[in-house]
Design a binder for this molecule. Structure first.
Ligand code: ATP
Length: 587
């Protein structure tokens, strides 16, 4: 312990605007509102591949720094995992409250899973100790989720209260400490009380061989084997047998009773009558459906599997989305009721149904929302984002099509496929996947760190779009997006954006435009029908669209902005206009 502390002192190399940055990549958040990613090493997410026999709910891997203290066990010191990975494997079992989260550290010769104690991180204890049976019975809160695991965040990884998995020495052993609690035996069913409606849930990553977001390696739990494998789209898995061999972990000693057979506890999608397709996004098709038992209308999001793989790949984005959405509970975040499967092991998220998304609504309406309506929508959006940020989650893909709206005047954030806990690495967005229009300039310029401020920039773009009924910056490439931003807000400089001149993406010859012309788009008064915006409204918009992420307004601060207190006051949800649903055509 002492030597670890000494190491840490040695590794402290930089103090960046109040945040301590360690060579091992751990950045300790500064004492300020803006929350930065505490990890800066080249982390890569890994696909988890799980066979239908091993019905594990979800898994994500985070390439850890050498000796990442929160996950490495003493046995791992011998060389670490082949990938130097720590794997957090979450088993959502149907209990009344907790998720059973297990952290698995892989080493070259095997892997070890340890349920980690919440207080372990609170106490700053770097020593991983095995969890005693039945030691943890925590109420599930977002802070207990594995999504929160930095020093400011209250916990490392939620401990399982009833099950501990150890993958070690080429064998998987599952210890159960209290099988009664949240029983997750094959064929069993679990319950979850988070949402109304159907409360039965069993979440699993079914037959799952998939592509990682990076298109590289994957963890495969295939029947009696667990191995790391290449999941690159362009690779045939069979080509990688050689690679796989030395990374393979036999898990044949897994007792049948103890297998992580969770999909069996999923309800069937046939409990729902599919009504019509609502939309199709990058990661899944969304249907409107009716619960045949309760008659409740829901949205079913079918998780797209990796088509190139006959086993069906379970995209990491979907695992992440399911995991995050199941952890969240806020009126401005879309609720997930349960996860269901069909006969082909396709997985569907059952969500509360929302009649509209803001993009579709604005296109259909043809005229902007009133200022009062925008205020109502902005308040809900900011509340939701504040909740996410308070709980160490960056959405990273806020845009009008990811903001749902129902006929109760409620706005809810959806699509958490690109969300990250703060501890995640910066990974450039894939232009083909994520629309550029809402992307913060620091991301466009390749900043190596980012923070909650990226979501706030997106909110600025959304606010402008709601006021004007058209997107603010419609770029068609990263450079073109930056060009559009600079032409409107002025080309930034080191003077207004500390660190700007060091950004890696600054090579391009950008337009030199010295003035902020945003007011022209949103004047205080207009005789031509242009959207008007008061001084206070413009101030908020400007603060959201501030170049320097450090100076950009936070969700907390935005909620306190005086614009929301000046007339016209925000419309109450009850008085928000309702619109006929666009997608109610029955089959
Ligand atoms: N709960 C819901 N109720 C009604 N419609 C929904 C719901 N969830 C999603 N949708 C619709 O489906 C669309 C796509 O959903 P979502 O964004 O979750 O999928 P995606 O594949 O992640 O999309 P993207 O390509 O934006 O990443 C949304 O824009 C919305 O129109």
């Amino acid at each position: 312990m002492e030597s670890k502390n000494r190491d840490k002192e040695h590794q402290l190399v930089e103090v960046q605007r109040g945040a301590k940055l360690y060579q091992d990549g751990v950045q300790h958040p500064p004492e300020k509102k803006r929350k930065f990613s505490p990890m800066l090493w080249d982390v890569e997410d890994r696909e988890i591949r799980i066979s239908s026999k091993n019905r594990v709910v979800s898994a994500t891997t985070i390439l850890s720094p050498p000796m990442a203290p929160s996950t490495m066990s003493s046995n791992d010191e011998s060389g670490g995992c082949v990938l130097n990975s720590s794997i957090s494997l979450d088993l959502v079992h149907g209990s009344d409250f907790p998720m059973a989260d297990q952290s698995i550290s892989l080493s070259a010769s095997g892997c070890k899973a340890q349920a980690l104690h919440q207080e372990q991180s609170e106490a700053g204890d770097q020593d991983d100790s095995m969890v005693e049976d039945g030691e943890f019975v925590h109420e599930r809160t977002i802070s207990m989720s594995r999504w929160a695991f930095d020093s400011d965040s209250p916990s490392l990884i939620c401990a399982s209260d009833d099950e501990e998995i150890i993958l070690e020495n080429r064998a998987l052993v599952t210890k159960r400490s209290s099988p009664e609690s949240g029983e997750f035996l094959p064929g069993g069913s679990g319950h979850r009380t988070r949402s109304s409606g159907s409360d039965e849930i069993g979440l699993a990553g079914g037959a799952s061989v998939g592509e990682s977001e990076d298109g590289d390696q994957a963890v495969v739990m295939d029947g009696d084997r667990t191995y790391l494998s290449d999941a690159d789209n362009n690779h045939d898995d069979t080509d990688d047998e050689n690679n796989r061999e030395h990374q393979e972990f036999e898990v044949s000693s897994l007792p049948a009773r103890q297998s992580i057979n969770m999909l069996d506890s999923c309800r069937s999608v046939f409990e729902y009558e599919r009504l019509n397709k609502i939309n199709e996004g990058t990661y899944g098709v969304v249907y409107r459906a009716r619960d045949t038992k309760t008659g409740e209308i829901v949205a079913l999001k079918k998780v797209k599997m990796n088509k190139q793989d006959s086993d069906g790949g379970f995209p990491l984005t979907s695992l992440r989305e399911i995991n995050i959405l199941l952890s969240l509970n806020h009126t401005s975040v879309v609720g997930v009721k349960e996860v269901v499967m069909d006969d082909d092991n396709s997985i569907f998220m059952v969500m509360e149904y929302m009649e509209h998304d803001l993009k579709g609504l604005m296109e259909a309406r043809k005229r902007p929302f009133s200022t009062s309506e925008v205020k109502c929508l902005m308040l809900q959006l900011l509340e939701g984002v504040k909740y996410l940020h308070d709980n160490w989650i960056l959405h990273r893909d806020l845009k009008t099509s990811n903001l749902l709206f129902n006929n109760k005047g409620e706005l809810k954030i959806c699509d958490f496929g690109l969300s990250r806990q703060y501890g995640s690495p910066l990974k450039p967005y894939t232009p083909l996947v994520v629309t550029l229009w809402y992307r913060a300039p620091e991301l466009l310029l390749g900043a190596k760190q980012y923070s909650t401020a990226i979501d706030m920039w997106s909110i600025g773009c959304i606010m402008a779009e709601m006021l004007a009924n058209e997107p603010l910056f419609r770029g068609n490439s990263e450079v073109n997006q930056l060009d559009k931003i600079f032409r409107t807000l002025g080309t930034p400089s080191e003077k207004i954006w500390h660190g700007f001149s060091e950004l890696p993406g600054l090579k391009a010859n950008f337009v030199k435009q010295p003035y902020n012309l945003l007011r022209k788009k949103f004047p205080a008064a207009s005789f031509t029908g242009t959207t008007v915006l008061s001084e206070l409204g413009f101030d908020l918009l400007n603060r959201l669209l501030t170049y320097d992420p450090e100076m950009r307004i936070t969700a907390d601060e935005a909620l306190e902005h005086d614009w929301f207190r000046e007339v016209p006051l925000p419309t109450s949800k009850d008085f928000m206009p309702t619109f006929p649903p666009l997608h109610t055509v029955v089959r």
